[in-house]
Design a protein around this ligand. Structure first.
Ligand code: SF4
Length: 259
């Protein structure tokens, strides 16, 4: 990216689209990392994911989903039993509260079904705008942008927005991409944030976006130091795509849990 003259709006849009294409190539495996088979399960998993890794949530939910298959089951749950089941995800008292209240609200106002509209979803206990967009995008096929901590950090590093308010970020980034791409774009950005562009030490020297990124150099730029920072089962593929020797990626990075 050249820094000699200020970037025009058109230039920024074009660069954003190039970033989008590079992300599509880098992360063909991008998807919602919370296991679910319907909108209720996704709503529950998203509530549990606050301050907790998706991996831990996925360990807890299979048993939970069998025990509580419907909104009415959460509405009438025995608090102590539910607390015990979700305890490993942390903040389990608050989360139990949210799940019971969510079940009650769904039964009372939506016939036990999770509604498919943003305006309805955000009125439900435990469901904020971010969660609502996750549910819309992944359970209802309604395009949604999910501004989580990774998304926020990356679009700021790319200079695609100077906003800090998640709703403003959502609108500003949404305007740069076709609506139909929003859900997958969100997954890919979050994947990149978890596997390459980490909060503290981004793997700049092993990043396929380096030429499009004004923050290149925030993390190490040498191949060996950068390769060690890649994470996840496709860490070596990511290295190859960035022109880095995959042998420099240690085995522990490949098996590492993406944060
Ligand atoms: S070049 Fe560095 S800061 Fe930019 S996206 Fe890649 S890892 Fe992140």
């Amino acid at each position: 990216m050249t820094t000699s003259s200020p970037e025009t709006d058109l230039g920024r849009t074009r660069r954003a689209r190039r970033i989008g294409r590079a992300l599509t190539e880098a992360h063909p495996d991008a998807h919602c990392e919370l296991d679910h088979s319907n909108a209720l399960e996704l709503a529950v998993a998203t509530i549990l994911s606050a301050q907790c890794t998706d991996k831990k949530v996925n360990e807890v939910t299979p048993k939970l989903f069998v025990r509580y298959p419907s909104a009415a089951d959460y509405a009438g749950a025995d608090r102590t039993e539910l607390e015990e089941l979700i305890r490993p995800t942390g903040f389990y008292r608050n989360k139990t509260d949210s799940l019971i209240k969510l079940g009650q609200a769904l039964v009372e106002r939506y016939d036990g079904q999770v509604p498919g509209k943003l305006a309805d979803l955000v009125t439900l206990p435990g469901i904020g705008r971010k969660t609502a967009n996750v549910i819309l995008g992944n359970a209802f096929d309604v395009p949604g942008i999910t501004v989580d901590t990774h998304f926020q950090r990356l679009v700021q590093r790319w200079g695609l927005t100077t906003q800090t308010d998640p709703v403003k970020i959502e609108h500003e980034i949404g305007a740069l991409f076709p609506k139909r791409e929003w859900t997958m774009l969100s997954h890919r950005i979050i994947f990149h944030g978890r596997r390459v562009c980490h909060a503290r030490k981004p793997a700049c020297g092993a990043c396929t976006l380096a030429r499009l990124c004004p923050s290149y150099g925030t993390g190490p730029t040498e191949a060996a130091a950068s390769a060690k920072l890649l994470k996840g089962p496709r860490a070596r593929d990511l290295a190859v795509a960035a022109g880095v020797d995959p042998a420099l990626v240690p085995q522990q990075a490949v098996v590492a849990e993406a944060p």
